[in-house]
Design a protein around this ligand. Structure first.
Ligand code: PLP
Length: 569
């Protein structure tokens, strides 16, 4: 029996995502969007919610990161071999791009949940002998450069994906677009639900748009207009020819250019942003659309360090399936056991840091963790806005910093930030022990969110649509110190789950830096060092992060909401 057979007997939700983080060894993701996609499918496996994920094989992988002497990012290719992790699919389909037919085949990756559930993940691949050499490369590079390449990728994902699902025999009840990259799938559905020409009345749309809308839901992730994929109609016509008549396309995707977000908005019954603040911003950006808010969540088992899993298994059994149980963490887990579990996770991070960077960190000194895709709006340099001030704070009460994150190869600003961070690390070496862990991936992320004592986040509002690493930290009893943006607007209870940097309306760089120093110097560090003499202070906040935030900001709550509000309609 083919391994697919087991998934064909009941209707499934098709979850489309340009990137997906399945495991560290499979570099088909660049950041938060892919990690969320992976957590979505992992949650569906635990909840036995029938899903099939569709993504690109991205054989070229995302790069491996090292640094040169000056702290500049070096990118090494990270190709991966699908055969070692997945099985070839038995079907392939064709679509016409430009003047050639492109064949799309792919791989079945079986995502096995730790509770026994399984979900199929299809990784689309155009590297087939029958394809023109240029077309064989369409699924090589994750977020490849240049609009023509990207549009082809998105056509393979959306149109190729829908056709392949059908060719394989899947019964699809709903299509879920994770960000606008896959919105072309709705065009394929328009074709499927076209009226017969003889049924058409004059002026009537040739497509059954309401029917297609009923099949689609869309999650937007981008809080700025400029962040949305747009393709000029000249290019669209070159690549897709008259797949959908231009006049219809302009109605659905925008007059000036094909805006993938607009296309998705116009062809989805259910639309949501990834946090409440982000949904508000999206409503303002796209007036006239009903944008729901389903705040992201992270997968409990994946994002909990081994030592804390043991603790929760013992005191709150069932937490992996029902993370709501963690709401009792503040009363039902002995504080000494929690501190021990954290110390173990911290030691694992300290060991890794020493092994990889040679830097020795001290287990009794608090570690501030900061790991992000390195890009301007995440402002990784905010902590270093005033080095003298930082030195003075550290001289009073010492702390250490661990940083990680990759910059996209074309993000010049992001790469400059990496270099700058290395300079700061060197400049502060005598007062603040610091390390930059290379090659941020799922494994490094778990070590950092569990081994740090405080999770730092300093984005420029409103650009952090949600952010999820702070949620991962909460699963490990690690409180956040963060600017009020994305999920933290909902997650922050001052002094209970962590601390806010600045006020909700404060947006300036200098204001945030001053607020960050203030909070660190006068609230956070005194509380941390106080716990040795006055037990209860710091550990209460650790418990608060678990009880108030891990119990809520998890992928199971998120998926139950998608299931009852987006998928049933
Ligand atoms: C969680 C995670 C992210 C996203 O973190 P944010 O807080 O949303 O920036 C990115 N990369 C990796 C490897 C992750 O594990």
């Amino acid at each position: 029996m083919s391994p697919l057979e087991a998934f064909l007997h009941e209707p499934r939700v098709a979850y489309f995502s340009m990137e997906i983080a399945l495991e560290s060894a499979i570099p088909t993701y660049a950041g938060g969007l892919g990690v969320l996609a992976g957590d979505t499918v992992r949650a569906a496996a635990d909840l036995e919610l029938p899903l099939v994920a569709v993504s690109l094989v991205s054989r070229g992988g995302h790069f491996r990161q090292t640094f040169d002497e000056a702290g500049r990012q070096i990118e090494q290719p990270a190709p991966w071999e699908p055969r070692e992790h997945a099985v070839p699919l038995s079907a392939k389909v064709a679509l016409t791009l430009g003047d050639r037919d492109v064949w799309v085949g792919g791989w079945l990756y079986l995502l096995r949940g730790h509770l026994g559930g399984q979900q199929p993940v299809l990784l689309l691949d155009t590297d087939l002998e029958e394809n023109h050499p240029e077309d064989r490369r369409i699924t090589h590079e994750l977020y490849g450069d240049g609009a023509p390449y990207r549009l082809r990728q998105e056509a393979v994902l959306g149109i190729g994906g829908v056709r392949l699902l059908q060719a394989l025999g899947f019964a699809i009840r709903q299509y879920h677009m994770n960000e606008g990259h896959s919105a072309l799938l709705a065009l394929e559905l328009l074709h499927r639900h076209a009226h017969r020409p003889e049924e058409l009345r004059p002026g009537e749309s040739p497509y059954d748009v309401p029917r297609v809308r009923g099949l689609c839901c869309f999650t937007t992730h981008t809080p700025v207009e400029a962040g949305h994929d747009r393709f000029g109609y000249d290019l669209v016509q070159q690549v897709l020819d008259d797949f959908i008549p231009l006049a219809v396309l302009k109605q659905l995707g925008g007059e000036d250019a094909l805006n993938m977000t607009r296309l998705a908005l116009n062809l989805s019954e259910y639309v949501n942003g990834v946090a409440q603040r982000h949904a508000e911003v999206s409503r303002r950006m796209f007036p006239g659309y009903r944008v729901h808010a389903v705040t992201n969540g992270v997968h409990p088992h994946t994002w909990t360090a081994p030592s804390l899993r043991v603790l929760y298994d013992r005191y709150l059994p069932g937490w992996c399936h029902e993370p709501e149980l963690l709401v009792r963490a503040d009363c039902c887990i002995p504080t000494a056991a929690l501190l021990d579990a954290h110390a173990e996770a911290k030691q694992a991070l300290i060991d890794r840091v020493r092994q990889v960077t040679g830097v020795t960190l001290h287990p009794r000194v608090p570690i501030l963790g900061f790991a992000r895709r390195m890009t301007a709006y995440k402002r990784p340099d905010l902590l270093f806005a005033d080095l003298d001030r930082l030195r003075a704070i550290a001289a009073e009460r010492s702390f250490q910093v661990v940083i990680a994150g990759k910059a996209h190869p074309h993000d010049v600003g992001g790469k400059r930030l990496i270099e700058l961070l290395h300079r700061h690390i060197r400049a502060l070496t005598d007062v603040v022990p610091m390390a930059y862990l290379p090659d941020y991936d799922l494994d490094t992320a778990l070590l950092m969110v569990s081994g740090s004592d405080l999770w730092l986040n300093t984005p420029l509002p409103p650009l952090e649509a949600s952010g999820t690493s702070g949620m991962k930290a909460a699963f490990n009893g690690v409180p956040s110190l963060s600017v009020l943006d994305g999920w933290w607007v909902e997650g922050c209870i001052e002094g209970v789950t962590g601390w806010a940097v600045g006020t909700p309306t404060e947006t300036g760089h200098d204001g945030h830096a001053a607020a960050l120093y203030e909070k660190l110097e006068h609230t956070v560090l005194p509380l941390y060092y106080g716990y040795e003499t006055a037990p209860g202070g710091w550990v209460r906040v650790m418990q608060g992060a678990i009880a108030k935030n891990a119990s809520f900001f998890n992928s199971h709550r998120m998926m139950r909401r998608y299931a009852t509000e987006a998928y049933i309609n």
